[in-house]
Design a binder for this molecule. Structure first.
Ligand SMILES: [Zn+2]
Length: 315
C-alpha cells in the first residue's frame, strides 16, 4: 500500500468546491463558448483578469418556466451585445480574451441579479439556471484571481433614467455617495463597497478611490461619457441612481470574497447601446479606460499573446 498516494488522493477529495470550479474554469480554452443546462447560461472562457456579466440581455422565453409575476421583468436592451462588444475590443487591443457570462433567459423568466426567491419565483428550472449562472461567475472570478492575483467584475446593465450618464454601482446607495468626501472617509464606506479589496491594497481616501482623479468615472468622463460618481459628477443627488445589485454585492462587496473587485455599470441607451456603431465606440472607450485603470490601480498589463487567440464561437 502506497501511503503517499493514499494521502494525495484523500487531500484532493477534501478540496473545497470552489477550488474545483476554479480549476475547471482554468482548464477551459480562452475564447471558446461553454453552455450550461438547456443552454440558458453561456460562458466565454477568458484569460484576462476582467469578467463581464450580462444578466438582463437574454431573449429566451421557454414555456417550461412560468413568467415571473412580480419585480422588474423588462430586459436591458442590447446589453448582451454590449458585453460581447467589450470582449471584442479587448481582444483587438491585447490579443487576449476577457471572461464573459451571459444569461440567455429573458428577464420575464429569470432575473439573475436578484436573490433566488425573487429571481426564480418558484420555478425549479429557473432556480437551477440561477445557480448555474452564479457558479459560472464564481468560477471565472476564481480562475482570474488564481492567475493574476486579482479579478475585476463588470456587470453590464441598461437604465432609462432622465439623465444620460453612466451610473457606476459600487454597492453604495445615493445617500452614501451624497456625503462629503470627509464624511464618506470618516465612516469608512469604501469598506462596504465593491472596491474593498482594492482599497485594502492601496489604502488612502476611499472617496478619492471611488470618485477622484483616475477613478473609473473620471476615465469615462475623459473619454466623453458622463458618469456618476466621478470628479465631474461626484454625487447622484436626488436623481434616480442604481447602486449595484445582487451580482456585484455577492461576488465583489461581500467580505467573504477576496481578490475580487468590480462594479455594476448602468448604461443609458442613446449613444451607448442603441446601435452597433455606438456600442463599438463605447466598447473602445471602456476597453481603453479599463486597461488604464488596471495598470494604475493593480500594476497590471496584459502580457503579449504568443499566438493569436481563436475568435469566439458563434452563440
Ligand atoms: Zn439591469
Amino acid at each position: 500500500m502506497n501511503r503517499r498516494r493514499f494521502l494525495v488522493a484523500t487531500g484532493a477529495a477534501l478540496l473545497p468546491v470552489w477550488t474545483g470550479r476554479a480549476r475547471a474554469a482554468e482548464a477551459k480554452t480562452p475564447g471558446q463558448a461553454y453552455f450550461g443546462p438547456e443552454r440558458f447560461v453561456e460562458y466565454l472562457a477568458g484569460e484576462l483578469p476582467l469578467v463581464f456579466t450580462a444578466p438582463h440581455g437574454g431573449r429566451l422565453r421557454p414555456d417550461a418556466i412560468p413568467d415571473r409575476t412580480s419585480g422588474v421583468t423588462d430586459a436591458d436592451a442590447n446589453t448582451q451585445e454590449l458585453a460581447r462588444a467589450l470582449h471584442a475590443d479587448l481582444l483587438a487591443r491585447t490579443g487576449r480574451h476577457a471572461h464573459v457570462v451571459i444569461s440567455h433567459l429573458h428577464r420575464r423568466k429569470l432575473d439573475p441579479n436578484r436573490e433566488l426567491a425573487e429571481a426564480a419565483q418558484g420555478s425549479a428550472l429557473a432556480e437551477q439556471t440561477w445557480h448555474d449562472y452564479h457558479a459560472t461567475i464564481a468560477g471565472a472570478l476564481a480562475a482570474a484571481a488564481a492567475r493574476h492575483g486579482f479579478a475585476f467584475l463588470v456587470d453590464v446593465h441598461g437604465h432609462a433614467h432622465p439623465i444620460p450618464r453612466l451610473e457606476l454601482g459600487y454597492a453604495l446607495a445615493a445617500a452614501q455617495l451624497n456625503q462629503s468626501d470627509a464624511a464618506f472617509d470618516a465612516s469608512e464606506l469604501v469598506k462596504l463597497s465593491t472596491l474593498r479589496d482594492l482599497h485594502a491594497r492601496t489604502g488612502g481616501s476611499g472617496a478619492a478611490l471611488l470618485r477622484g482623479p483616475g477613478s473609473l468615472g473620471d476615465l469615462f468622463a475623459q473619454r466623453g461619457y458622463r458618469a456618476v460618481p466621478s470628479p465631474q459628477e461626484p454625487q447622484p443627488g436626488q436623481n434616480p441612481f442604481f447602486a449595484g445589485g445582487y451580482t456585484v454585492r455577492r461576488h465583489a462587496a461581500d467580505p467573504a470574497t477576496t481578490k475580487v473587485d468590480g462594479l455594476q455599470i448602468e448604461c443609458h441607451r442613446p449613444g451607448v447601446r442603441d446601435t452597433e456603431e455606438n456600442r463599438a465606440a463605447f466598447a473602445r472607450a471602456t476597453g481603453d479606460a479599463l486597461l488604464v485603470y488596471l495598470k494604475s490601480r493593480y500594476a497590471y498589463a496584459p502580457a503579449p499573446a504568443a499566438t493569436p487567440s481563436p475568435a469566439p464561437a458563434a452563440p
